[in-house]
Design a protein around this ligand. Sequence first.
Ligand code: PGA
Length: 248
Amino acid sequence: MRRKLAAGNWKMNGTGAALAELEALAAAHPAPAVDILICPPATLLHRAAQVAGDAIAVGGQDCHANASGAHTGDTSAEMLRDAGATAVILGHSERREDHDEGNDDVRAKARAAMEAGLIAVICVGESLEQREAANTLDIIAGQMSGSIPDQCTGENLVVAYEPIWAIGTGKVPTLEQIGEVHDFIRTRLERRFGEGVGRSVRLLYGGSVKPGNAAEIFGVPNVDGALVGGASLKADGFSPIITALESA
Ligand code: PGA
């Protein structure tokens, strides 16, 4: 059985004051029936790990492919781990776009993350143009084979399907569209890693998940949770999403 996962991506939002939201979330979910992960900005990671308590894990939003060295401004997987992270989001479409990250970069980062003992949450997803041209599954296939390294298990890999056109827009694919992509991702993982591993990797949906649409999205087969941006910033936005996942 895959343990469900509610992951929050704070992106470049939050200073010390935002930790009160994490504290409130921890107080509201002392013994959750699902895994909860909050990925704050790197500057908050260490403090977030202190206030999150045992029930909530914290993670990074990116890491460098190398363990250390002359890479001004970058953070290694080992450093994230040292600051208290147990996971890291990799290949988010904002990183792919803002920093020109390609599949090779994402794969190298994922390898580094896994070697440092972190769960790699690898993001894939098509643009609106690609969806309209009926290229969604080809794009997902290419991103998966390019970005996901070989040494994956159900413990160190999570795949997040995030259609770019749904991120921060309030637009959500139909449940059929979400189901089609998640089934496709599951099948490809099973083919590549074998049924045991392929079935144990958790698949998250991400893109405009809100308290109002979470329950129906969590009812789609092969959706094991969500990667949530905007609605994860406040405890009273993320908490009902966690509750919906617990009862899915
Ligand atoms: P959103 O972001 O929930 O604000 O749409 C999701 C994401 O980018 O992970």
